[in-house]
Design a protein around this ligand. Sequence first.
Ligand code: PXP
Length: 253
Amino acid sequence: MNKMVPTAVKTPLLGVNIDHVATLRQARGVNYPDPVEAALLCEQAGADGITLHLREDRRHIQDDDVYRMKPLLKTRMNLEMATTEEMLNIALEVKPEWICLVPEKREELTTEGGLDVASQVENIKRYIASLHQVGSKVSLFIDPDAKQIDAAIACKADAIELHTGQYAEATLAKESTAIEHELNRIKSATKYALSQQETLIVNAGHGLTRDNVSAIARIPGIYELNIGHALIADSVFMGLEKAVATMKQAMQG
Ligand code: PXP
């Protein structure tokens, strides 16, 4: 993810989060659908990167998925993980191009808030330094908040990923005042981050859909959007007709 002139990028890149394919597989405890196969298909279709979250409880992506996927990707792997020693050891072995540090709670359905970097600068700084030693770049998933941006810069993060979850919730609820408010927070945070460190990569993601993505994609300076749930959900409906027709054909031998 080399960036020459951050503000010159017009349409952000698309990182596809393929966790949701693994969720489907885990629901049955079988070996399909395979998130590695899905990742390669996403790349063929134009994804600029593949994001996957190895959670401590292994609810979707498994260690084996990460190890299998790494040598096959033609774009780059963005491995999301919590700041634990176990995850650090895996990352040091796999050496993904990017690591995105996220907060993790066992009881949550998905990543709920941004990482509180400000309260653990020394810890995260050490963590990032270890990852830099094996050549991985590090992004921090944070709320669009100046205090967290300052802390991310202090930790020597290569990128921040601004949490768009609250914006996405406001769009689902069709609350125009909240939409405007959340959009402005993300715009201001992007501007602030780039004013503090021009070379910082500013990504965004969480809860983005075909309906709400364009306002975020238009924010000057945003480099990449990471999108998973809505994209995989769309693929069900975009592919269902073909799947039914193919099954009918298969039944005929
Ligand atoms: N970015 C981060 C850091 C995430 O944790 C997630 C969800 O796993 C996403 C982006 C993608 O969110 P969604 O699946 O809602 O598109």
